[in-house]
Design a protein around this ligand. Structure first.
Ligand code: NAD
Length: 354
């Protein structure tokens, strides 16, 4: 049994990882500040689901709700710490008392478009926050970590599929730039302080508990409610959509890999599927799943959005046997089943932004 610290553990990907590591019998320390990028109640529900707790949750106000959540989920195996990764005292406290073996750093301001409106916030959370986690690890002798990077670091490069060997110096959004900075900072800490590191470049992740700001979730909401669906560009942009269950298996594989090496490790690894679909095809798949035709409102391409993402996943396969098995139709069906179960007749609207 190991003790894993998951920053951002109440989020979309983080809650799935908490659930999987608990299932595998490990101890999990989840650090999350339940930020307002989207409704904190969605994250409360994520963690209740991850912990397998089906008690009705009477939401009142954020701080009272978080205290209530902690009472429900905290056990010998699971600790929820409501803290901000930018606060070094809080991070020191976590590492001083929890005997962490490995960190999986997922906490971040995610998403390309809002990063153009709030670049300083993105820099503060994603760069300073990451540095603060690294510093706390260094001080307390934690020597293994995985850190979430993103396919957005590849920018608008035309050579596909994207390989970890490609140059990634041409970010086209502040979000992408902060993720690239995390890769660079992590290397400095690896070099100076012998921290074993894997930077995981996730490619558009989708599935149950999907973030409400992501296209698949927004499109589902429009189709479900018979509302107009806003589509940016002509629908020809391509994404390598990766089912969240495959991402989680990739993270587990990377954990085993980083923990088993005798040599010091620093690797950057793509986690995608090596398959792409267009935005138009995504809408068609959702139309089929909801059994309804979309009413589409076209808007110009958004600044910061790349034309395509397409992962070369041979390195992940070679290092730790990564093999994403979920085809898009199956993954979308799982997402739509979850979406329907969580929005129909429930008090909490998963699609609401605060
Ligand atoms: P998410 O927003 O659902 O999860 C991030 C979590 O981090 C949230 O629970 C949030 O409350 C927490 N957080 C944010 N700032 C914090 C802070 N200062 N202190 C403590 N906690 C904080 O996002 P996600 O989709 O689960 O993404 C997880 C990671 O994966 C992020 O680093 C993101 O950039 C990266 N990523 C995601 C995707 C994707 O398609 N979802 C693609 C590429 C990379």
């Amino acid at each position: 049994m190991k003790t894993y610290c998951i920053t951002g553990g109440a989020g979309f990907i983080g809650s799935h990882l908490c659930e999987r590591l608990l299932q595998l019998g490990h101890r999990v320390v989840c650090v999350d500040n339940f930020n307002d990028a989207y409704d904190y109640r969605i994250k409360i529900r994520n963690l209740l689901d991850a912990a397998g707790i089906a008690i009705p949750f009477p939401f009142t106000n954020k701080s009272a709700d978080l205290v209530h959540l902690q009472k429900l989920v905290n056990t010998d195996q699971f600790s929820l710490i409501v803290a901000d990764i930018r606060h070094s005292e809080d991070m020191d406290d976590v590492f001083a008392h929890k005997h962490i073996d490995t960190v999986i750093h997922l906490a971040a301001m995610a998403g390309v478009r809002p990063s153009i409106e709030q670049p300083l916030l993105y820099e503060d959370v994603n760069v300073k926050g990451t540095l603060t986690v690294l510093e706390a690890m260094r001080k307390h002798g934690v020597r293994h970590w995985l850190c979430a990077s993103s396919s957005s670091v590849y920018g608008n490069q035309t050579k596909v599929p994207f390989s970890e060997l490609d140059s990634v110096d041409r970010s086209i959004s502040p979000y992408a730039a902060t993720k690239k900075m995390c890769e660079v900072l992590a290397h400095a800490y690896h070099y100076l302080h012998e921290i074993n590191t894997i930077m995981l470049r996730f490619f558009t992740v989708y599935g149950e508990r999907q973030r409400p700001d992501l296209a698949i979730h927004k499109f589902a909401k429009s189709l479900d409610r018979g509302e107009e669906l806003t589509l940016y560009g002509d629908g020809s942009t391509r994404r390598d959509y990766t089912y969240v269950g495959d991402i989680i298996e990739g993270i587990i594989g990377a954990l085993h890999y980083v923990e088993q090496q005798d040599e010091l490790v620093y690797e950057i690894v793509n986690l995608g599927t090596n398959r792409t679909i267009t935005l138009r095809e995504l809408v068609q798949q959702l139309e089929a799943a909801f059994g309804t035709k979309a009413r589409i409102r076209r808007m110009p391409n958004q600044p910061g959005d790349v034309d395509q993402t397409y992962a070369d996943i041979s390195k992940a396969n070679l290092l730790f046997g990564y093999n994403p098995l979920t085809d898009f139709e199956t993954g979308i069906t799982k997402f739509v089943t979850w979406y329907r179960g969580n929005t129909n007749g429930q008090t909490l609207d998963y699609s609401t932004h605060l």
